[in-house]
Design a binder for this molecule. Structure first.
Ligand SMILES: [Zn+2]
Length: 68
């Protein structure tokens, strides 16, 4: 529920104008998309991938040293 700042009438959510006094209601800012969890997941994924690549390079390098 939203209250009209001018007359205090309780208004439904999404109402843009008070039907009693005609006050335009401030539009609430859009909720930021909840990407924080996904971002951290992507971040950890890239970390895992880079870790695997580094391990592969190390293993190939060691394998080359030992097989030479
Ligand atoms: Zn009002």
């Amino acid at each position: 529920m939203v209250k009209c700042p001018t007359c205090g009438t309780e208004l439904r959510d999404g109402v843009l104008m008070c039907p009693i006094c005609g006050t335009k209601l401030p539009v609430p800012p859009p909720e930021p998309p909840k990407n924080t969890i996904n971002d951290s997941k992507i971040f950890s994924k890239t970390r895992v991938i880079s870790f695997i690549i580094i391990m592969l390079i190390l293993i190939i390098g060691l394998w080359r040293v030992f097989s030479a």
